[in-house]
Design a protein around this ligand. Structure first.
Ligand SMILES: *[C@@H]1O[C@H](CO)[C@@H](O)[C@H](O)[C@H]1NC(C)=O
Ligand SMILES: *[C@@H]1O[C@H](CO)[C@@H](O)[C@H](O)[C@H]1NC(C)=O
Ligand SMILES: *[C@@H]1O[C@H](CO)[C@@H](O)[C@H](O)[C@H]1NC(C)=O
Ligand SMILES: *[C@@H]1O[C@H](CO)[C@@H](O)[C@H](O)[C@H]1NC(C)=O
Ligand SMILES: *[C@@H]1O[C@H](CO)[C@@H](O)[C@H](O)[C@H]1NC(C)=O
Ligand SMILES: *[C@@H]1O[C@H](CO)[C@@H](O)[C@H](O)[C@H]1NC(C)=O
Ligand SMILES: *[C@@H]1O[C@H](CO)[C@@H](O)[C@H](O)[C@H]1NC(C)=O
Ligand SMILES: *[C@@H]1O[C@H](CO)[C@@H](O)[C@H](O)[C@H]1NC(C)=O
Ligand SMILES: *[C@@H]1O[C@H](CO)[C@@H](O)[C@H](O)[C@H]1NC(C)=O
Length: 503
C-alpha cells in the first residue's frame, strides 16, 4: 500500500490529465507510510495500452522482515489483454469486447504460437525466491499457481500477512501479493500459470497466462497438462481457503497482520485493534450497471460519474466547487431510485474514522481502490449488508491494511479508513470497464488549516500550466499569479509551447 500523503494536488489535478513531455522530468514526491511491498502504477486507459510498471518498495535495512532474505525477487505483472487496439476497446468502454489472452510481464503464453516471447524465471534447487504478483489486468480476477510447487503467502500491498501455505492464489484486479517459493522439486522446468476467474469458459487453461520456472541444470522442458485451478466461481476458495482459521470470522483474503516484524503502525491510536474506534461516518455504496439513454454505464448508488472539464481540486481550491460539483448532492447510504449522471463528491470528516461498505450488484468480482489511504479490511459477506454484520461478521483484531479490496458478486466488503490525509481523493472500481464507464466518486477531506506543509502545492511543470491555462481559457501571468498564489512564477507562452520561469 502506498499512500500519497501531501501530494494529492499532483495526483488529482495533473497526473491524470498530462502526458510527460519528452525531455521534461516529472518528480513525483510522496511520503510512503508503509514501506514494503509492490504497487502497480497505472492510469486508467493507458493501462489497457500497456502504460504500467511496478514500483518496488523495500523496508529500510533496519527493519526486519518476517521471513529470511530470499535468494532473489521476481516481479510478475499479470493481466488480461486485448489484441485489438485499446482505442477501439475504449470506444465502448470495453463493452462487447472479450480479452483475448493473458500476459505475464507483457509476454505471451509459453507454447502459444502467437507469442513472440514468454516469461521464464531461473532458480537453483534448494533456494527460496520471492514472487511479487500483481494483477494489472482490465477485467478479470486471476488464479495463480506454479506446477508442483507450493507458495507461502507473506505479504499483500505492504502488509505482512499471517503466513499461509497455498497451492494457488486468487489475485483480483489491482491487487498485489508476495509469495515465497522454494525450489524443492527435481531439477526440471515447471509451468507458471494464471487463469481467469468468474468467467464461464469450457477450457480456462486455453486462455491462461503461462510462464516457466527453470531450474539450473534442467534438461527437460515443462510438460504434462497445465495444473488445474479451483472452480473459477468458488467464492469459498477465493476468500476462505487462504486461512481456515478465519472461516468463522468471514474475512475476505488474508485477514491478519503479522506483527512479529516489519510493521509500521498506521493506526493513530497505536493499536491494530480497531474494535474501539468511534466511527464518524458510514458509506454504503452499491456498484451496479445501468442503461442511461441507451448507453451502458456503471454506477455507484445509481450515480454514474461524469468527469467535469475543470479538475476537481482546482474547482475546490478556487471556486469552492461552484459550477463544477455540488458537495454531498448524492446519497452515501442508499441508491437513488433511478440512475443519473453526476459529479459525485462527498465530504469525509478530517481525522474521522470512515466505514465504507461496498456492495456488488454485478455478476462478476469487483475491486475497489481508494487513493491516498490504506484501509483496514474488517469483513465481507454475501447478500445485503446490515449494521448487525458489525457484531456477527467483522474481524477487528489486527485486520489487514491494503489499498484494494475485492467485492464478490452479490456480496459486500467492509473497510475502515482513518481520514488523516486531506485532499480530494478518488474512490473507484479498479475494474477498468467499470471505472471508465462511471463507477467512481471523490471524497473531499478538508483540513481547515491551510498549512502548505500539510498539502504540498502543485508542482509547476509545463503540464500543470497547460491544465491550468485550459481551465482559465487564458494564460495571463497576472491571473495565474493571483489565482495560484505562486507569486514568483510566471508563464511564458510562445510558439513552441508553454515554459515557466521564476522572477
Ligand atoms: C509471523 O512471522 C514470523 C517470522 O517473523 C513467523 O515465524 C510466524 O510464523 C508468522 N506468523 C504467522 C501467524 O504467520
Ligand atoms: C536462465 O538460464 C538459461 C540457461 O539455463 C540461460 O540461457 C539464461 O540466460 C538464464 N537467464 C537469466 C536471466 O539468468
Ligand atoms: C457456464 O455455462 C454453461 C453452458 O453455457 C452453463 O450450463 C453453466 O450454468 C454456466 N455456469 C455458470 C456458473 O455461469
Ligand atoms: C543435464 O545434463 C548435463 C549434461 O549432460 C548434466 O551434467 C546434468 O547433470 C543434467 N541435469 C540433470 C538434472 O540431470
Ligand atoms: C506435478 O504436477 C502434475 C500436474 O501438473 C501432476 O500430474 C504430477 O503428479 C505432479 N508431480 C509430482 C511429483 O508431484
Ligand atoms: C477505547 O476508547 C476509549 C475512549 O476513547 C479510551 O479511553 C480507551 O483507552 C480505548 N481503549 C483501547 C484499548 O484502545
Ligand atoms: C480490542 O479492544 C477492545 C476494546 O478496548 C477490547 O474489549 C478487546 O478485548 C480488544 N481485543 C483484543 C484482541 O485485544
Ligand atoms: C463552500 O460550499 C459549501 C457547500 O458546498 C458551503 O457550505 C460553504 O459555506 C462554502 N464556503 C464558502 C467560503 O463559500
Ligand atoms: C437504480 O435504478 C434502477 C432503474 O430505475 C432501478 O431499477 C433500481 O432499483 C435502482 N437501484 C436501487 C438500489 O434503488
Amino acid at each position: 500500500m502506498v499512500a500519497l500523503s501531501r501530494s494529492m494536488w499532483w495526483l488529482v489535478c495533473c497526473m491524470a490529465l498530462c502526458t510527460v513531455v519528452v525531455g521534461e522530468e516529472i518528480l513525483l514526491k510522496w511520503h510512503v507510510k508503509i514501506n514494503n511491498g509492490i504497487t502497480p502504477v497505472s492510469q486508467d486507459q493507458p493501462r489497457a495500452g500497456g502504460g504500467f510498471g511496478p514500483i518496488q518498495i523495500n523496508n529500510m535495512i533496519a527493519i526486519d522482515v518476517p521471513f529470511p532474505k530470499p535468494e532473489q525477487e521476481f516481479d510478475l505483472l499479470i493481466g488480461d489483454w486485448y489484441r485489438q487496439s485499446f482505442k477501439d476497446v475504449r470506444a465502448t468502454g470495453g463493452v462487447g469486447y472479450f480479452p483475448d489472452s493473458m500476459l505475464i510481464n507483457g509476454k505471451g503464453p509459453y507454447l502459444d504460437p502467437l507469442s513472440k516471447a514468454h516469461e521464464s524465471f531461473n532458480v537453483s534447487k534448494g533456494k527460496t525466491y520471492r514472487f511479487r504478483i500483481s494483477n494489472v489486468g482490465n477485467l478479470w480476477s486471476i488464479n495463480f499457481r506454479i506446477q508442483n510447487h507450493t507458495m507461502l503467502l507473506v505479504e499483500t500491498e505492504g502488509s505482512y500477512t499471517n503466513q499461509v501455505s497455498l497451492d494457488s492464489l486468487d489475485v483480483h484486479v489491482g491487487q498485489s501479493y508476495s509469495v515465497l517459493v522454494t525450489a524443492d522439486q527435481n531439477a526440471e522446468d515447471y509451468y507458471i500459470v494464471a487463469t481467469p476467474k468468474w468467467v464461464n469458459m469450457t477450457k480456462p487453461n486455453a486462455i491462461a497466462a503461462v510462464g516457466v520456472l527453470h531450474y539450473d541444470n534442467s534438461n527437460t522442458t515443462a510438460s504434462g497438462p497445465l495444473p488445474n485451478g479451483p472452480d473459477p466461481f468458488d467464492i469459498g476458495f477465493s476468500s476462505i481457503k487462504l486461512d481456515p482459521s478465519i472461516v468463522k470470522r468471514k474475512v475476505a483474503g488474508p485477514s491478519r497482520w503479522n506483527l512479529t516484524a516489519g510493521a509500521s503502525r498506521p493506526n493513530p491510536q497505536g493499536t491494530f485493534n480497531v474494535s474501539n474506534v468511534t466511527l464518524s461516518q458510514t458509506f454504503v455504496l452499491h456498484g451496479s450497471f445501468a442503461l442511461i439513454n441507451g448507453s451502458p454505464r456503471y454506477t455507484v448508488n445509481n450515480v454514474t460519474y461524469t468527469t467535469p472539464s475543470t479538475p476537481l481540486k482546482l474547482a475546490d481550491q478556487f471556486l469552492n466547487g461552484s459550477g463544477v460539483y455540488e458537495l454531498d448532492a448524492f446519497p452515501v447510504h442508499s441508491s437513488l431510485p433511478d440512475p443519473v449522471k453526476g459529479t459525485f463528491v462527498v465530504s469525509g470528516i478530517h481525522k474521522g474514522w470512515l466505514e465504507i461498505v461496498f456492495r456488488n450488484d454485478l455478476d462478476r468480482v469487483d475491486s475497489w481502490h481508494l487513493d491516498g489511504f490504506g484501509f483496514f479490511v474488517v469483513g465481507f459477506g454475501l447478500g445485503e449488508w446490515t449494521p448487525e454484520a458489525r457484531s456477527t461478521a467483522y474481524n477487528f483484531y489486527d485486520p489487514i491494511v491494503r489499498s484494494t479490496v475485492q467485492v464478490y458478486p452479490g456480496g459486500w466488503s467492509a473497510v475502515y479508513v482513518y481520514l488523516d490525509n486531506p485532499g480530494m481523493w478518488n474512490l473507484r472500481s479498479q475494474n477498468l470497464q467499470h471505472w471508465y464507464l462511471g463507477q467512481e466518486l471523490y471524497i473531499r477531506v478538508n483540513d481547515p488549516d491551510p498549512n502548505p506543509a500539510k498539502e504540498h502545492p502543485p508542482q509547476i511543470t509545463s503540464c500543470f500550466a497547460v491544465v491550468y491555462c485550459n481551465w482559465m481559457h487564458s494564460c495571463d501571468p497576472v491571473k495565474w499569479r493571483y489565482h495560484s498564489g505562486f507569486n514568483r512564477i510566471f508563464l511564458n507562452v510562445n510558439k513552441i509551447g508553454v515554459s515557466i520561469s521564476r522572477k
